[in-house]
Write a protein that binds this ligand. Sequence first.
Ligand SMILES: O=C1O[C@H]([C@@H](O)CO)C(O)=C1O
Length: 539
Amino acid sequence: AKARHFKWEVDYMIGAPDCLEHVVMAINGQFPSPTIKARAGDTVVVHLTNKLHTEGVVIHWHGIRQLGTPWADGTASISQCAINPGETFVYRFKVDKAGTYFYHGHYGMQRSAGLYGLLIVDVEEGKKEPFQYDGEFNLLLSDWWHKGVHDQEVDLSSNPFRWIGEPESLLINGRGQYNCSLAAAHDSKASGCTFRGNEACAPNILHVKPNKTYRLRVASTTSLASLNLAIGNHKMLMVEADGNYLQPFSVNDFDIYSGETYSVLFRTDQRPTDNYWISVGVRGRQPRTPQGLAIVHYQTTTASKLPTLPPPQTPLWNDYARSKSFSNKIRALSGSPKPPINHHRRIFLLNTQNRINGYTKWAINNVSLSLPPTPYLGSIKHRLTNAFDQKSPPDTFLSTYDIMKPPPNPNSTYGSGVYMLKFNTTIDVILQNANALNPNVSEIHPWHLHGHDFWVLGYGEGMFSKRDEDKLNLKNPPLRNTVVIFPYGWTALRFVTDNPGVWAFHCHIEPHLHMGMGVVFAEGFILLGRYQTRLFLVA
Ligand SMILES: O=C1O[C@H]([C@@H](O)CO)C(O)=C1O
């Protein structure tokens, strides 16, 4: 194992992610930020200097569990103070498990502003993956707005509320095309793009040889969009999710929610004199955004030749049955760690859209997350009891709550959202979706847990009930760090509190987190009475 050192400077720069000039966040002048490559067992050391003039910054290493290093999780107000302009903070953490990961800003809405990059962890030297391939490509998916992120933040925090709307573009590896279409040949209304190939917004081209197997690592860091990805005429084999191996299964396309990663294998067994589209489109919300496109180029033909077939169509945005069917196919590779059979504590988290003094918010069990200036990790360890509201949020909600209707009383309150979890216990979380403020609206929310992987025990419709208990999958549930709740449905997950620290658990939709959609798990602190806690000492 090695230590891998990086010297990074975060700044804004002028870019053109979808061909239109726009301010974008960059590391060392690069957008998307540089890809980190490491091997399992390595230590990554990032010296992060904040070159922004008027705002703080932090970076979260999404999917890395930070075993024994909770201070390196990179969450402002939770694991650390935001790094001030001019300051350097050193992130030092172990990448203990091979897989496809990414990193991103976790302060305000800086991820939406473009602060993200990939983190690829290969298996240890001499070890093998449980599948074989001849080459690999990375696709980092994101969505892009023409309105700047500061304006978006103010819109969302205004009364009356202003929603950010759907993205203008989808980006693949930071590249999209707003004012032209690569697939204009298949769309009489669109005007074609003319690229020489070296433009910053020219599409990604994956150069492949015929009759080989390639691994495609796909990560979604979208601010809002749920996506579906397909490769024209090529089937894919799902083999990895969020840094954990899957029982392989074949698909024509797959859904990917913000915060998720997948590896798929595909075989270049199609007509080698043609090229093929990779298309990415919006699901789960009214699609108002053109597909994102990349090209698979068979090296037996010319790279500039556009595919003859049209880009694969994205499935109907509200065909949730299709999305659920895909999610339900995801199983852990046989031999993967299994969940404990019993739980010690079960926390029900009701997701509702609410109002506080006329401001539109999201709340969990009627508490809308509001982060304090002093980071929890320090304030809880040092018992700074006036650093935040010590009132525990509720473990459940009224069983009579009608999730099919808008909240009868939409008024909510702000809270610190801190759940104290005992060390080495098994925690179940039942995420319960509900109707938003408008009638007949319930949206998708991908929830992401820091500091852990969890087992996804199942999904269901309506209110979680005792009867659903028997349907939970304790046999081969996948381990993940992000999972979706479907409209009007529930999702059950389980994890073990074996990693002392303070961990965010939140909707990975950036504007939703900004509007309070999250909670905090403080784990491994000994409770010494009402206001006294101490960090549990572990080796
Ligand atoms: O948080 C959100 O707000 C809007 C809508 O509910 C109110 O405008 C929307 O679609 C969200 O996801």
